[in-house]
Design a binder for this molecule. Sequence first.
Ligand SMILES: [Fe+2]
Length: 146
Amino acid sequence: MNENQQRFIKGLQKAWLVEQSSQRIYKALASSEKSPARRRVLLKLAESEMEHGDRWARRLQELGAKVPVYRPTLRDRLWHWTLVQSGTDNALKRIESTEDEGAELYGSLAVIAPARQTALPFMPCRTKKKCTAVSCIKSPKTLQPV
Ligand SMILES: [Fe+2]
């Protein structure tokens, strides 16, 4: 296995862990959200993150690599708790402010992906309109399938 493949696998594993963390945050926010419409959007976002994670897990398995075990650290649990305590709107703004890190990770994976076909899942999936967690929760009808 060459260095690029190793970096690609490590990146996929990190992406898988990020999806697990995001999924749990959205579920936790949904469980404390009073508005049924907003709760549905949060659960849809959690489902979307789960699907992203499943995609990375399948790709890791295709490559014969290990799918990591998600074990939230104390820092993760504190971060999740803080987000939930701050309320859905605040939490989503904070989540959105960290989305650049995810975009950077996926961008770097697209560059080192072994083949064009493999790189495709890392391309932006919502090309018509920028759709973020904050825009979806403010206007649930804008939630686009990924
Ligand atoms: Fe995701």
